[in-house]
Design a protein around this ligand. Structure first.
Ligand SMILES: *Cc1c(COP(=O)(O)O)cnc(C)c1O
Length: 471
């Protein structure tokens, strides 16, 4: 094992490598070009018996691992939603790993608990989140949504299920376009997947409130218990925006928990001119968004806000003797604000990001991304052989190639699938797809930390050339 001097030397070397990597990140193929098994077969079947040098391991990292990586930080990564880092975030992450603190209760690192509390207040101010909500950092939006469903489950059954288990017929409602983490959470929470009601959407892929109300009425008439509505602000396929205010009014009328999944799009609330996407947020019982997506804070960092912390704590609280401390009544012990006991010190990187960018710095980048997406949407619309497939409220453009405007759907689907794969195989850009009413659609997300307008223009040239070469 290396000693502290070798640790220091390798540390400097690694930071140099990290800087070179990020400086040249646009030159890496954003989508890894390897085949299944390519990497595994280069890794020995067993750990070595004796120590290997860091030099040897680092060499293998560069030669074996790196070619099998998808380069999420590349400005030519337009796939899924971004998993952004940034320079201040990475610097803080090194400190977090070095401190290696388990931030489960206040006493196990008072600064971590108190910084987390303050960072959640900073986000509330930055994003106009209702003042009565309180926040906590979680690992992922999936976990936060599961917490929301568990709290809603306990709230609607007066904490019966935590005590005695299940024999209730609870129902959860969300649009057809809601994220798969909601499907997963209803399974884990014991509610049952058949009790997730997928509500129909309008032509913009946003949930229809009147359909939601109908579904709730039907369930009540059948003796079922409406438990939770999940509204999507920025759905994964198209960043559709479910109308929060009418949904919130329905939730209030029927006394149903309202959880808002704004995992990606929530960051846009930092822009006052974009707050309309969450008009009606005061109705929400809980809200989740991911600074690890569009707020330049490296994975993982999810912000989860709840209106009533009592309900959250009463769902999760445990008080074994060995975790009791003298200050429990004066501080936040975040172990009871979520599922796991051990917690990483994630507030530190958020602090570095929010201070080093500043509120206005973050807003400038977000406005650029939204503006560039609008301009690209215009370019698609002006081109006779491309079409826009969904509204672009933020910075995800959904398009397809449609030469001549006459091909039937099946052929168009095949053509666009081929276009996507050819584009990704160039190693110059990475896109992913979705299907909207059976139609194959290419998604182009413009939210990367290191994105500049020239990357978009180059990708647009690549799309036109590649599409032309198909016919
Ligand atoms: C990314 C995403 C999620 C899941 O986020 P994780 O943090 O990876 O669990 C959930 N909902 C939406 C809308 C998303 O975009």
């Amino acid at each position: 094992m290396i000693n502290i001097e070798e640790f220091r030397q390798n540390g400097h070397k690694f930071v140099d490598w990290m800087s070179d990597y990020l400086e040249n990140i646009a030159d890496y193929p954003p989508k890894s070009q390897v085949n299944p098994g390519d990497i595994r077969q280069q890794i020995p079947l067993e750990a070595p018996n004796n120590s290997e040098t860091i030099d040897t391991i680092f060499k293998d990292f560069k030669e074996i691992i790196l070619p099998g990586m998808t380069h999420w930080q590349s400005p030519n990564f337009f796939a899924y939603f971004p998993g952004n880092g940034s320079y201040p975030s990475l610097l803080a992450e090194m400190l977090t790993a070095t401190l290696g603190a388990q931030c489960m209760i206040w006493e196990t690192s008072p600064a971590a608990a108190e910084l987390e509390e303050r960072m959640m207040e900073w986000l509330k101010d930055l994003m106009g989140i209702p003042s009565q909500m309180e926040g906590v950092i979680q690992d992922t939006a999936s976990t936060a949504t599961l917490c929301a469903l568990l709290s809603a489950r306990e709230d609607v059954t007066d904490w019966e299920i935590n005590k005695h288990g299940f024999n209730h017929n609870l129902r959860v409602y969300a649009s057809e376009h809601i994220h798969s983490s909601i499907d997963k959470a209803v399974k884990i929470a014991g509610i049952g997947h058949s009790n997730l009601v997928k509500v129909a959407c309008d032509q913009n892929y946003a949930l229809l409130p009147e359909e939601l109300e109908k579904a709730i009425e039907q369930d009540l008439a059948a003796g079922k218990i409406p438990c939770c509505v999940v509204a999507g602000i920025g759905t994964t396929s198209t960043t559709a925006i479910d109308p929060l205010r009418p949904i919130g009014e329905i939730c209030q009328k029927y006394n149903v928990w309202l959880h808002v999944d704004a995992a990606y799009a929530g960051t846009a609330l930092a822009l006052p001119e974009m707050r309309w996407i969450c008009d009606g947020l005061e109705y929400a019982d809980s809200l989740v968004f991911n600074p690890h997506k569009w707020m330049f804070t490296n994975f993982d960092c999810t912000a989860y806000f709840v209106k009533d912390t009592y309900k959250l704590l009463n769902t999760f609280e445990i008080m074994p003797e060995y975790l009791k401390t003298r200050v429990d009544s004066e501080v936040n012990n975040y172990r009871d604000w979520g599922i796991q006991l051990g917690r990483r010190f994630r507030a530190l990187k958020l602090w570095f990001v929010l201070r080093n960018y500043g509120k206005e710095g973050i807003r400038t980048v977000l406005r650029n991304h939204i503006n560039w997406a609008k301009k690209q949407e215009d370019r698609f619309e002006a081109h006779p052989d491309f079409e826009i497939m969904a509204p672009t409220p933020l910075n995800l453009v959904c398009f397809r190639y449609h030469p001549g405007g006459k091909l039937p759907m099946e052929e168009l689907n095949k053509l666009n699938e081929k276009l996507l794969h050819e584009l990704n195989e160039t190693g110059k850009a990475y896109f992913t797809h979705t299907k909207l009413e059976g139609q194959y659609v290419i998604r182009w997300v413009m939210g990367n930390t290191y994105l500049e307008e020239n990357h978009i223009l180059a990708a647009w040239d690549l799309i036109q050339e590649t599409a032309k070469s198909l016919s």
